[in-house]
Design a binder for this molecule. Structure first.
Ligand code: ME8
Length: 625
């Protein structure tokens, strides 16, 4: 199987990790886990971009040395990835020696190709982008189009890279590799940008202290983007004549390797023009695909430190768990487009698809199976039912979408399958089959089918919700699933033990209060309870009971005796003549020697009953629905 190398951008250390960084990194983690489940060798890299004027300034503002700031923020990124269940194989920092070796080797090769020269550089510079702009590219008041910050005029001698020489080679590369930049809209954007003409690029900065010294050019430091982009190869051992270069061979140099960079649209040009041009010049293979996603917005603006509208995920992770947050990030953003973040959207998605959808379906199936089959999966499997085709379709749709990074669609397919299972249970009503011995066989089939379809659905969720999926698989008797191999119908073992598990996703209301997970019922189930209006004809206290009253009520064509626990709130004489709502088909029970033939409905205010009365007088016996 093709080796798969996936990278996040390396993040600047002037900002704490927020939803934007988390999104890209979770996407890469999901891709890495997905590929591992298919059996491919995988290498997943993330890291930090620590050089440059921007970091130098941010550190100075806090009275720190740049490396002190970097160490502090790196610890935060590390902690965030651990919290989010992100497990990279490597974390590169551009201040590491191994990285410097890679950058020096890159420059040596680019120089050997005759692509470097010294020239004068005048232009408008945005420090946040670390990029020169032409006047035309700037917004009004000379503001940067990405950061909305004022650009500054700079004029200095720099080392230049002959980017213009790569105009045609880049266009040929794009023409021959339609998958080189995805989605297609970004591919088209890059292509027309190159067709508009490329100017040579300044790749050094004069007087920059906090950077890698430019080899052979005293007083110049390596431009941060040439520095930063090289991380993708320096982390694999490029530039080091060392035995660990096996990573470099396997995940980059080898033709077989599939190299995928995932980036936000803010850094599209760096990854689809500069980076491939540097690689061409250095005589190195190019990445297979640069996948470009949109921005998380808050109040219609890109979430970013410079906008000051940061969304941090710590609170959500603490309250709902990392897996729910991962699910939301992938489910609610169409990869490639922008998405607006809100707490409401999070809670709605969580309640509908995780708590009521997956959590509830699993808990129903497991509870019924445990009860009916002595704590085990059902004894009889089934290979002929409506869920088989549904499951196969969902798995196909899921894999097709995952291959195109259409995570929203992939998860919709899975969540659709879970809904089908729920619907199937509502139709088959296995809870009704629990008691009768002659229904055991059909009960076994229905529950096994439900569990098997859930097993297949949850196996698809393994890359996205690694911890919860493993818990669910263990809870339904299919623990230890580590590959997609068994996604076909029929693998769930019969009669295997079902361990006890707690609730998976407690339901949350919008104020953030946790609720017990309420099992959903069908309308038919609701109508199994017969509610009727009745008039209280007589009311008296029950001797020796200070809580209970004995009520005589009329349902029109029928009189009933009820016992109600309302003596402390209602005086008997106040009740006579009042209409109430009763449950008319409750099995009679004896309370304090009196048979109660139904139940009076009351709102329960912290345990205190408040009787329900119809708003208008209605005939006795009128059904309530
Ligand atoms: O650009 N929505 O680092 P950076 C979605 N060091 N994604 C977002 C986002 C948002 N609102 N905000 C940030 C750099 N991101 C360079 C990269 S790579 C060789 C050097 C994500 O810290 C997104 O992936 O500004 C974006 O491309 C990246 O963070 C920018 O991170």
């Amino acid at each position: 199987m093709r080796p798969f190398y996936v990278t996040t951008p390396i993040y600047y250390v002037n900002a704490r990790p927020h939803i934007g960084h988390s999104y890209t990194t979770v996407v890469c983690d999901v891709l890495a886990r997905y590929r591992r489940l298919t059996g491919a060798p995988v290498h997943f890299l993330t890291g930090t971009d620590e050089h440059g004027q921007k970091i130098e300034r941010a550190a100075a503002e806090r009275g720190l040395q740049p490396i002190e700031l970097a160490d502090e923020v790196v610890a935060e990124f590390d902690a965030m990835w651990a919290k989010l269940g992100v497990a990279p194989d490597d974390f590169i920092r551009t201040t590491e020696h191994r990285h410097r070796l890679g950058v020096e080797e890159m420059i040596r090769r680019i120089d050997a190709a005759g692509d470097l020269y010294v020239g004068r550089h005048d232009g408008w510079y945005c420090t946040s982008c670390e990029l020169f702009y032409t006047e035309k590219e700037l917004e009004d008041d000379k503001r940067c189009p990405i950061h909305d910050e004022e650009a500054e005029w700079r004029s200095e001698d720099n080392v230049f890279f002959r980017l213009s020489k790569y105009e045609q080679p880049l266009l040929s590369w794009l023409r021959d590799h339609p998958e080189a930049v995805r989605p297609e809209s970004r591919y088209n954007e890059v292509k027309s940008f190159i067709e508009g003409g490329l100017r040579d690029l300044s790749v050094s900065r004069a007087g920059l202290q906090w950077g890698i010294p430019f080899p052979e050019h005293d007083g110049q430091a390596v431009y941060v983007w040439l520095d930063a982009l090289t991380n993708y190869v320096s982390a694999l051992g490029f530039g080091r004549a060392a035995p660990e270069d096996v990573l470099w061979q396997r995940f980059w140099a080898d033709d077989e390797a599939e190299v995928v960079h995932v980036v936000g649209k803010d850094i599209l040009r760096f990854h689809t023009i500069y980076w491939p041009a540097f690689l061409m010049s250095a005589g190195l293979p190019l990445p297979s695909t640069v996948w470009v996603h949109g921005w998380w917005l808050k109040d219609e603006h890109k979430v970013s430190k410079s906008k000051g509208n940061i969304v941090q995920l710590d609170g959500l992770i603490e309250q709902f768990g990392a897996d729910a947050v991962r699910y939301f990030l992938l489910r609610d953003m169409v990869f490639g487009q922008d998405a607006a973040f809100s707490d409401e959207a999070f809670i709605d998605r969580y309640n509908s698809e995780l708590a009521n959808g997956l959590g509830n379906t699993v808990s129903r199936l497991v509870t019924l199976s445990r009860r009916a089959f002595d704590g085990r999966t059902p004894p009889i499997a089934c290979d002929d039912n409506q869920l088989i085709a549904r499951a196969a379709e969902a798995v196909d749709a899921y894999h097709a979408a995952m291959g195109r990074l259409q995570f929203d669609r992939a998860l919709r397919a899975v969540s659709g399958l879970v809904s089908e299972v729920n619907q199937y249970l509502v139709e088959r009503e296995p809870w009704k089959l629990l008691k009768a011995e002659e229904s055991r066989e059909s009960l076994s089939r229905v529950l096994w089918n439900g569990l098997e379809a859930v097993r297949i659905a949850v196996s698809c969720l393994l890359p996205v919700m690694p911890r919860v999926s493993a818990t669910v698989l263990a809870a339904i008797g299919a623990g230890g699933t580590t590959s997609f191999e068994h996604q076909r119908w029929g693998a769930l073992e019969v009669g295997t033990e079902l361990p006890e598990t707690g609730p998976l996703f407690p339901r949350i209301d919008k104020e953030g209060e946790e609720e017990e997970t309420d099992p959903m019922i069908s309308i038919d189930q609701f109508f199994e309870t017969r509610l009727r209006v009745a008039t209280v004809k007589t009311a008296e206290s029950i001797p020796k009971s200070d809580k209970l009253l004995k009520l005589g009520v009329s349902l029109g064509d029928e009189e009933r005796t009820l016992v109600a626990g309302i003596a402390q709130q209602y005086a008997p004489e106040d009740l006579v003549g009042k209409q109430v709502v009763i449950v008319a088909n409750l099995q009679p029970v004896k309370l304090m020697g009196v048979e109660s033939q139904g139940m009076v409905l009351a709102a329960s205010v912290e345990g205190e009953p408040v009787l329900l009365h119809p708003g208008d007088a209605v005939p006795d016996g009128t059904p309530v629905r």
